[in-house]
Design a protein around this ligand. Structure first.
Ligand code: SAM
Length: 246
């Protein structure tokens, strides 16, 4: 039913997440550095190198936020084009929060990048039209993760590459205990200190814990129709890069 419990729940989650990012957009970049001790830059570098953008490709950076991924891809794409020639790579950022997009444009764009507001679960993109899709620290916040994966599969060309960079689950007891202390005690405290907003960061930490582990997420990708699904753990599984082919 359109008024069923599931719909209400999903709608509330959308509103809550929207509120979270509206309130953190301004201090977002600073908090990213603080929260991951700057390591998110290395994870993002590794993810973009794996995606390996090529001249003439259309690439979606979904939940692209302030453009951290897209800017890296633009740089790599330009280098590839300087070596091999060909037409420009098209990198489309899609994020459902206008405040994040505006903060990103203010930071500075690149000629390869276009910015638009849209939802990962319902992309205004034709079927089989995209060469590569990346979602970085975004899918955890989507209310229907399987729906977003199905949507990614829909827009990718057959053989197109899918990448998802996301906080994941620690692979050893030691990493887990250090990480739990850091995530549940230090991060909300710093959220209060740096952004004046403890609750939003508490929510982010809880959403990491609730998110499916590496193998579960890999099987959801297979359910969406991706093949040759694999993942790489970074920093003992604190972050994982999932990869698959449409
Ligand atoms: N990808 C960027 C990065 O790696 O730095 C930004 C990540 S930020 C933590 C998460 C972003 O996901 C926010 O900008 C938020 O607006 C966006 N987001 C959450 N749910 C979304 C959805 N259903 N569709 C599109 N964007 C969404």
């Amino acid at each position: 039913s359109p008024f069923g419990f599931r719909d209400v729940e999903a709608k509330e989650k959308v509103n809550l997440v929207h509120g979270v990012f509206k309130s953190v957009a301004a201090k977002y970049d600073l908090m990213n550095d603080v929260m991951s001790v700057g390591v998110h830059h290395l994870w993002k570098d590794a993810a973009c190198a794996k995606l390996n953008p090529q001249p003439g490709e259309v690439i979606l950076d979904v939940a692209g936020g302030t453009g951290d991924i897209a800017r890296r891809l633009a740089k790599l794409a330009r280098a590839a084009r300087a070596r091999r020639g060909g037409t420009s790579t098209e990198i489309r950022i899609i994020d459902y929060n206008q405040a994040m997009i505006e903060a990103g444009i203010e930071k500075g764009s690149e000629p390869e990048i276009s910015w638009s507001v849209g939802d990962a679960m319902n992309l205004a993109i034709p079927d089989n039209s995209v060469d590569a899709y990346i979602i970085s620290f975004g899918i955890r916040n989507v209310s229907d993760v399987q729906g977003a994966l199905n949507e990614a599969k829909r827009v990718l060309k057959p053989g197109g590459r899918f990448f998802c960079l996301e906080f994941s689950h620690a692979t050893t007891g030691l990493v887990e205990s250090v990480y739990e202390t850091y995530a549940f005690k230090v991060i909300p405290f710093m959220g209060q200190l740096v952004a004046g907003d403890r609750d939003s960061y508490q929510y982010l930490v809880e959403s990491i814990k609730r998110f499916p582990d590496q193998d579960t997420f890999a099987s959801m990708m297979r359910t969406a129709g991706f093949s040759r699904v694999s993942y790489t753990n970074f920093t003992g599984g604190v972050c994982a890069l999932h990869q698959g082919w449409a």
